[in-house]
Design a protein around this ligand. Structure first.
Ligand code: ACM
Ligand code: ZN
Length: 691
């Protein structure tokens, strides 16, 4: 995604280092600007465990100062600290105790978000610093021992933000709201005049055997939201059933009246989505709230598009396997149904391939991601991925693997140099940008390798979709092949085939070689493995092979990609950079501070995506496949940050992909988001602010 190489001048930080893990900094300290001392501490001294800034000449810990420094166990803030900025110590989850200096005036939003290890907070200020309500978002405050100056307890107890530390945990009984806050908004909601259903009457689930999984999911909801643990003998039943007259398997009907709840789905997945809607209906408004009743309602709902996807990139950072499971479950709450794993790139190969063990032995570890000098390693075993696939399936999320070709394959080439032209040996890439080293299309080993990889993956990933990449192959594109004799001989042969003419407007003919490679691999995937290949739509590719799904991603290229999909009678996923690149900051000033020209993608901008892109019903019925949000991770330094970037924009995307255009309004979305955001925060997910 990034074609401009990052140029970074790192200025050595003047500090005393007792050892690699301890840093004491005194005297001049640069706070602010794109390459200040905080950024150096965060990105160069990634392994710092103890940081003593007591004598640093600095009065604010600025926004994102030490974001996601998981190694940091102890920090002594500057004696003069006035401000602790937004997300300053976000996800520094190894810090157990912290002292807030007497000079502190303000602690901003999520300053200690996800600092889940925090147990002691000592505040020296005799006047309570202004504290953002969400400064400790994602942290269980009941686990923190708050130590205050003598005689100030009452003052703190009455101060906004600080009052949260003194609240007793008592269950607050809540009436259900006048209108349910549902994302994505259903097609049809009709409130009835029936008496509300008392939630204390709920407990009995009536469902056929084929909905055993959905019954389990419903039990999870009832336990989490209402504390119900016994599931029989209640006054009100929850009936689950399948009605094949609902032609879309994902469609469902949900009815609530004083006697109980009926959820009917086109198939098990539809029933599951009815349950996810019920889950959102049960979200309380307050911290320890529990709804005592549900308003009578009748809902009819079905998705506008077939696939609502998020793509994650565990190559640039490594995303632990358990975190992928959580992500799948979280997505399902908003009726997203595909998690796309970008498993290979220039910087790492992340999936075990038994036939090619070097891929993970040599290709899954490196030091650095641009100026972040952190060792980044890890891979998923096939067993783990099978477990993920099975887990996600319970939430009706499919896992789509992506293996890039012909570009973004430096890690594989590093392990097996014969994959590239001239078998040149190249190091694994530690910076972002686009590599010129590509898989060689004229070498039979390339095909043997790809086929073996896809064959093994087909035993792990049950989804019928597999993503082949296809984007950004070299800069300038495909030049690698111009200097390869055998590639040029193959190209000559292709160009001599009857009916082949130079493509007007193409930069050169090498794209024919990419097509040749794709045709061969697509043919294999179709015929031998029964898969539906997907790929990123690229500038020179005016053609989409039958039975494939293309992804429109480049800024300004969506209409061209759509036209190609229509012309080739193919399916298309919409993930245009203008709306769907969730790795772009949601607001100016957010990370990354070193920005190579990434625009911002605000929540509103994501929301504005119309998946039909102004095209007619024909396009929508025949070609439009879904929507995808990308979370490329060159600048995402932790799982916590991944969530922050994914949400709430992922919810805007889910509504774009699921809901009817006529039912959508940004203001309505924002209102509904309020309750749902609070719920995410309660569950430990720190999200970006709506912008
Ligand atoms: C991409 O962003 N390179 C598909
Ligand atoms: Zn070659």
């Amino acid at each position: 995604m990034k074609s401009i190489l990052l140029q970074i001048a790192m200025i050595a930080l003047s500090c005393t280092m007792a050892n690699a893990q301890t840093i004491k900094k005194s005297g001049p300290f640069r706070c602010g600007g794109w390459n200040d001392d905080f950024r150096q501490l965060r990105d160069l001294h990634w392994n710092v465990e103890e940081l003593d800034l007591s004598e640093a000449d600095c009065d604010s810990i600025r926004q994102n100062a030490l974001h996601s420094r998981h190694n940091l166990k102890k920090i002594i803030l500057p004696n003069k600290t006035r401000i602790i900025g937004s997300q300053a110590l976000f996800a520094c989850d190894s810090i157990e105790s912290i002292l807030i200096p007497a000079t502190t005036e303000r602690i901003e939003s999520r300053a200690f978000g996800n600092c889940t290890g925090l147990r002691t907070l000592t505040v020296l200020a005799s006047t309570p610093p202004q504290l953002a309500e969400d400064a400790f978002s994602g942290v269980d405050l009941s686990k923190i021992d708050l130590i205050l100056p003598n005689g100030t307890k009452k003052l703190y107890k009455n101060a906004k933000g600080w009052d949260q530390f003194f609240k007793k945990v008592t269950i607050i009984k809540e009436q259900c709201p006048e209108e349910y806050a549902l994302i994505p908004i259903p097609n049809n909601i009709t409130y009835s005049n029936s008496q509300p259903l008392l939630t204390t009457h709920l407990g009995n689930i009536v469902a056929p055997a084929q909905l055993a999984n959905e019954s389990e999911r419903l039990k999870e909801v009832l336990t989490e939201r209402l504390g119900i643990t016994k599931f029989n003998k209640s006054k009100a039943n929850i009936n689950l059933s399948i009605d094949k007259s609902l032609t879309n398997p994902e469609a469902y009907k949900l009815e609530i009246n004083e006697k109980g709840i009926n959820i009917v789905g086109g198939d098990a997945v539809g029933v599951f989505y009815g349950i996810m809607t019920l889950d959102q209906m049960l979200i309380p408004d307050t911290e320890n709230g529990k709804l005592t009743s549900l308003k009578g309602v009748s809902i009819e709902d079905s998705p506008r598009t077939k696939m609502r996807e998020l793509m994650v990139d565990p190559c640039r950072i490594f995303i632990p396997f358990e975190d992928l499971k959580d992500m799948a479950k979280e997505m399902a709450r908003y009726k997203m149904n595909a998690l796309h794993l970008h498993l290979t790139d220039d910087q790492a190969w992340r999936i075990e391939i038994k036939k090619y063990p070097k891929l993970t032995e040599k290709g899954s570890f490196r030091v650095g991601m641009d100026d972040m000098q952190m060792p980044i390693g890890g891979f998923y075993t096939q067993e783990q991925m099978k477990e993920l696939v099975a887990y996600a399936a319970k939430y009706h999320v499919e896992i789509i693997p992506e293996i890039e070709m012909p570009g973004h394959q430096v890690a594989a080439i590093h392990c097996y140099p014969e994959l590239t032209c001239g078998a040149v040996e190249i190091p694994i890439r530690t910076t972002c940008g686009v590599s010129d080293n590509l898989l060689c299309p004229s070498n039979e080993f390339t095909y043997e390798f790809l086929q073996n990889v896809f064959k093994e993956l087909s035993t792990v990933f049950t989804s019928k979709y597999v993503h082949l990449g296809g984007d950004e192959a070299g800069n300038p594109p495909l030049e690698c092949w111009s200097g390869c004799e055998s590639c040029q001989a193959l190209l000559k042969k292709i160009m001599a085939e009857p009916g082949i003419k130079p493509q007007p407007g193409s930069r050169n003919d090498n794209w024919r070689l990419q097509k040749y490679m794709f045709d061969r691999v697509i043919d294999y995937l179709h015929k031998e493995l029964g898969k539906v290949p997907m790929f990123w739509y690229e500038t020179d590719f005016h053609e989409i092979q039958p039975g494939c799904v293309t992804f429109a991603w480049r800024h300004g290229l969506t209409a061209t990609a759509i036209d190609a999909a229509i012309r080739c009678d193919a399916k298309i996923m919409l993930c245009p950079g203008e709306h769907c690149y969730l790795d772009y900051p949601a607001a100016k000033g957010d990370m990354p501070e070193v920005n190579w020209g990434m625009p911002t993608t605000s929540l509103e901008q994501t929301y504005k995506l119309d998946p039909a892109w102004g095209y007619d019903k024909n396009f929508e019925d025949n070609n439009l496949f879904g929507v995808a949000g990308t979370l490329w991770s060159e600048c995402i330094n932790s799982t916590e940050r991944l969530y922050y970037m994914a949400f709430p924009r992922g919810l805007a995307l889910s509504e774009a992909g699921w809901s009817l255009q006529k039912n959508r309004s940004y203001n309505g979305f924002l209102q509904r988001l309020e309750r749902i955001s609070k719920d995410m925060h309660r569950r430990g997910i720190c999200t970006a602010d709506p912008q």
